[in-house]
Write a protein that binds this ligand. Structure first.
Ligand SMILES: NC(=O)c1ccc[n+]([C@@H]2O[C@H](COP(=O)([O-])OP(=O)(O)OC[C@H]3O[C@@H](n4cnc5c(N)ncnc54)[C@H](O)[C@@H]3O)[C@@H](O)[C@H]2O)c1
Length: 418
């Protein structure tokens, strides 16, 4: 099989993680160029892949000025920075792996899809949940007719109290203007996955959601604006304390990976304390510039009258998604690892285990979906076979449009047609 030459745009958490997959299969792919403005990230990823200095660029624009220098590009910049590189690299003829969400508006998503189709390049969005062993098994069970026709699905995305605090109150996805709204940033995965499981078009959506808790008026009396400055009796009693989340619960126990390594490229007690003292992750969760919701419900009705209710909430342990699928001949209860199938005819329960060992790396991230996606994308490019891609233009655009409609419903209080 041909060795796929790869350009990585954005060497942050996702870009460097996909790079590690490439290192595990050198016969199938090689990173030949990178673009990243932060020197220490550029050097770390460049060194890991032996990228020559002249192929280490400061920005994607510098690469886009040159003729095509790789078969495929992995676009792993932040949410607001997907559209311009996606269109530019499509026009240059690169096959594209684009991080989700495609873009923060429906119009921008449509422009990306139009450019990709015009260029005729391969295109996959990182809807990693479609690529998990668990989803593949679930699709197989559903296709076998084991539970008949799906009538209703109940789905919970338990973001988790500390993950919400890290990413959506203090971190990169806290503010809609700078990034995206919560449903797009976090639950475009869920909406896309539910559409994939239901396997038919959605007709209407409706949503409620609020930023209920992470607001200044919910701060404990006497709390400081930084956890390091907070009176000890308040700090020790706060589940969202940055000292608790990054130091007591993680670094002090020897865990220096995500999310601790988001605070500093080099992780030591000193660098993390410095980040807590001066950076965004040391702020009190009640004194941030966050505006994205901390709880949201979405109801969906499909073209055959089947329905879905989906809940996103910050207020739970950080864990796998929970889904219950109710069919005409049986039901399935799942926690993203194990499926319990109940058959109405025999009253029998069958338990199917699809758990993937999580070693903390990107390849086991999202239940093996990150590795599954890279595996599929590299094969698709090597063989020029779009059928390997489960998250291409049309299906991704459709599920993104469902997300935009749901968010509009949350804002205007109306039921939205898709
Ligand atoms: N598929 C998933 O499950 C999943 C999970 C988490 C995040 N994401 C998405 O992945 C994307 C990246 O997230 P991340 O956590 O890696 O972010 P990150 O901030 O760690 O990485 C983004 C990188 O892009 C770089 N960058 C900025 N301007 C650039 C330019 N002009 N040219 C090249 N690089 C540039 C930044 O310096 C940074 O290193 C986001 O859109 C995010 O929503 C997807």
């Amino acid at each position: 099989m041909k060795q796929v030459k790869i350009l990585i745009v954005g060497c942050g958490a996702r870009g460097s993680g996909y790079g590690r997959f490439v290192l595990q299969c050198p016969e199938r792919a090689k990173v030949v160029a990178i673009a990243e403005p932060i020197a220490e990230r550029r050097n770390a990823v460049g060194d890991a892949h032996n990228v020559p200095p002249e192929y280490r660029f400061n920005s994607w624009e510098d690469v886009a000025r040159l003729p095509r220098l790789a078969d495929a590009v992995l676009i792993c910049t932040q949410d607001q920075m997907h559209e311009a590189p996606a269109i530019a690299f499509a026009q240059l003829g690169y096959d594209i792996l684009l991080e989700k969400p495609m873009a923060p508006t429906a119009e921008a998503c449509r422009r990306i899809v139009a450019a990709v189709k015009k260029a005729g390049v391969l295109f996959a969005v990182c809807h990693v949940l479609r690529y998990t062993a668990y989803t593949r098994k679930l699709k197989e069970v559903l296709a076998s007719g084991a539970i008949g026709e799906i009538i209703n699905i109940q789905h919970l995305e338990p973001v988790g109290y500390w993950h919400q605090a890290h990413s959506f109150v203090r971190g990169n996805w806290r503010n809609e203007e700078e990034s995206s709204f919560m449903l797009l940033a976090k639950c475009c995965h869920d909406v896309d996955w539910l559409r994939y499981v239901m396997n038919r078009p959605c007709r209407q959506v409706q949503s409620f959601g609020t930023l209920k808790h992470f607001r200044s008026e919910c701060a404990p009396k006497g709390a400081a604006t930084r956890c390091l400055d907070c009176p000890a009796e308040i700090e020790k009693n706060c589940p969202y304390s940055a000292i608790k989340i990054y130091l007591r619960d993680r670094l002090d126990k020897g865990h220096s990976g995500w999310p601790v390594n988001v605070l500093s490229h080099e992780v030591t007690r000193e660098t993390i304390l410095d980040a807590l003292r001066n950076g965004p992750y040391g702020r009190c969760v009640y004194a941030c510039d966050n505006d994205v919701v901390d709880n949201q419900v979405v109801n969906m009705i499909f073209d055959n009258g089947s329905t879905i209710s989906m809940t996103m909430t910050a207020f739970n342990a950080h864990s796998g998604r929970l889904t219950r699928i109710f069919g005409t001949r049986g039901s399935i209860d799942t926690d993203s690892n194990t499926m319990t199938l109940f058959d109405f005819l025999t009253d029998k329960k069958t338990v199917i285990d699809t758990a993937v060992k999580n070693d903390g790396g990107i390849l086991s991230g999202h239940g093996g979906g990150d590795g599954g996606l890279m595996d599929a994308f590299i094969s698709a490019v090597a063989e020029q076979d779009p059928s390997k891609i489960l998250s291409g233009t049309d299906e991704t655009l459709e599920s993104h449009l469902m997300v935009f409609a749901a968010e509009e419903s949350r804002k205007n209080g109306k039921v939205m047609d898709i």
